[in-house]
Ligand binder design. Structure first.
Ligand code: AMP
Ligand code: ZN
Length: 499
């Protein structure tokens, strides 16, 4: 079965055939590091994280490159506002971005180049474009001559006339065409600057991504991703520069763009001031609930990240989590023995696990249809819950084996989407419960106190004082701490106060 991906360039789904068999090179435009990222940006990185995970699952060797734009007007302005150096601002927000990605359980890129570390490559490209007549220098700036590149507009499907009408371009008398864009910008005093054949200056944003992607992946790499707002002008310009420089095409085989996160039907963006930061949302909701919300809609469609949608996603996440807990609790029953003889019902159920996997793959092969894939996961969870209910009435000899197979299948499918991933579970148990810090400023830490309460609760249960045990659990839940009973004791987790 083949994988189909929607290519923005052709406006249709195409069979995915990478440049080199078994290998995928992908480049995703990274953040401009001048503030904390919002949920809209978060969606873009979650989407490409899942695409990358699925390609790896499909057996491709994936090389994932995602840059940091660490020199830009926005960074310079921010530094000026805060009385800091631009480099300081960039490092600060780069670290914050990495923290947010870890919290969202997005896998780190294989290569994460900073624009400022690839400047010689950018200068080389710009010089090449000047030499070939695609670019011209004026007063220390260098512009790309859009009219010199025949395919200009092929990604966004706009003609130069449409572009001029649609964009508010500042009039700059020095440009041959108002749509010509800067490859190199002369620096003003006090701004970050590098030596170049055109004097001191810095690269434009578009050439940064061309230089970095070509440096690590070479012409004709497989997937270039980003949000839909990057189609024009950013990606259109990347194509023009890269193909003009190389003298060949294509720059990229498949262009993938995620839809927006909207707030009341308006794009979430810093300029509109309607943003919710990733770090704010993660204080209230588990990362997997946010991931689930992002993936319950196909990546090319818009999503509204309102409070109701978030609460619904939290409930959905808890349904899955409960299914895992119920399976674990079942398999942990004392004295449970397993025998291989399955009932007819169990044979059919075990067979259906393979069917669930197949349907999951079919959904993902259809342009990464995570919405459908998640539907399959919930159906499987429902089947498993029904099976566990049946076991309450009559326990069959092969039940532990069948339940374990079901659990493995459920976990496998979740993991492909980055849900309930082993890395995240490990980080969480390091952060909670197993804290190495026993005290903070002489006081016992919250973790120690929670453990103490759970010890008391265990004794209460042993003495059949269930009211006390339940009271401890309910009161902890009110404080945002969820307690579950597992085979080897109790497990707790901070999930935030219930709404
Ligand atoms: P930026 O830092 O603005 O360049 O954005 C980083 C990534 O987030 C890019 O791929 C953008 O296209 C994407 N992005 C920005 N805003 C949104 C939004 N509201 N919804 C989805 N993706 C977005
Ligand atoms: Zn880019």
């Amino acid at each position: 079965m083949s994988l189909a991906v929607y290519n923005t360039m052709s406006h249709r789904k195409e069979e995915f055939r990478p440049r080199e068999e078994g290998k995928v090179g992908m480049y995703v435009c990274g953040p401009t590091v001048y503030n904390y990222i919002h949920v809209g940006n978060g969606r873009a990185y979650l989407v490409f994280d899942v695409i990358r995970r699925y390609l790896s699952y499909r057996g491709y060797e994936v090389l994932y490159v995602q840059n940091f734009t660490d020199v830009d007007d926005k960074i310079i302005n921010r530094a000026r506002e805060e009385g800091k150096e631009p480099g300081e601002i960039a490092l600060l927000y780069e670290a914050a971005f990495l923290e947010d990605m870890r919290a969202l359980n997005v896998k780190p890129p294989d290569v994460a180049p900073r624009a400022t570390e690839t400047i010689p490559r950018m200068i080389e490209m710009i010089q090449g474009l000047v030499d070939k007549g695609y670019a011209y220098a004026v007063d220390g700036d260098v512009f790309f001559r859009v009219e010199s590149f025949e395919g200009y507009g092929k990604l966004s499907g706009r003609s130069l006339d449409d572009m001029r009408a649609g964009e508010r371009v500042e009039v700059d008398e020095r440009k041959a065409n108002p749509m010509d864009f800067a490859l190199w910008k002369a620096s003003k005093p006090g701004e970050p600057a590098w030596d170049s054949p055109w004097g001191k200056g810095r690269p434009g944003w578009h050439i940064e991504c061309s230089a970095m992607s070509l440096h690590y992946l070479g012409m004709g790499f497989d997937i270039h991703g980003g949000g839909q707002d990057l189609v024009f002008p950013h990606h259109e310009n990347e194509i023009a520069q890269s193909e003009a420089f190389a003298g060949t095409e294509p720059f990229v085989r498949y262009w993938l763009h995620n839809g927006f996160v909207n707030i009341q039907e308006e794009k979430m963006s810093k300029s509109l001031g309607n943003i919710i930061l990733v770090r704010e949302i993660l204080k209230k909701y588990p990362a997997d609930a946010v991931r689930l919300l992002a993936l319950q809609t196909h990546y090319r469609n818009p999503i509204d990240f309102g409070p109701e949608a978030l609460e619904e996603a939290r409930r959905a996440y808890e349904r899955l989590e409960n299914c895992f807990f119920a399976l674990d609790a079942f398999m942990a029953r004392p004295g449970l023995r397993t025998a291989p003889q399955r009932t007819q019902r169990e044979v059919a159920l075990s067979d259906s696990f393979f069917d669930f996997e197949r349907r999951f793959e079919e959904a993902m092969d259809d342009d990464f249809n995570t919405a459908r894939a998640i539907g399959v996961i919930f159906e499987l969870a429902k089947e498993l819950n029904t099976y566990l209910d049946e076991q309450e009435r009559y326990q069959t000899p092969a039940a532990p084996m069948v339940a374990s197979h079901g659990r493995d299948t459920l976990l496998k499918l979740c993991n492909i989407l980055g849900l309930f991933s082993p890395e995240a579970v490990e980080a969480e148990s390091r952060g909670a419960g197993a804290s190495s810090e026993e005290t903070s400023g002489g006081f016992p830490t919250a973790e120690r106190l929670i453990e103490l309460l759970l010890e008391v609760r265990a004794v209460a249960r042993e003495n059949r004082q269930f009211e006390t045990a339940d009271l401890i659990r309910t009161r902890l839940r009110e404080l945002g701490i969820r307690v579950d009973d597992l085979r080897d004791g109790q497990r707790w987790k901070y999930v935030g106060p219930s709404a």
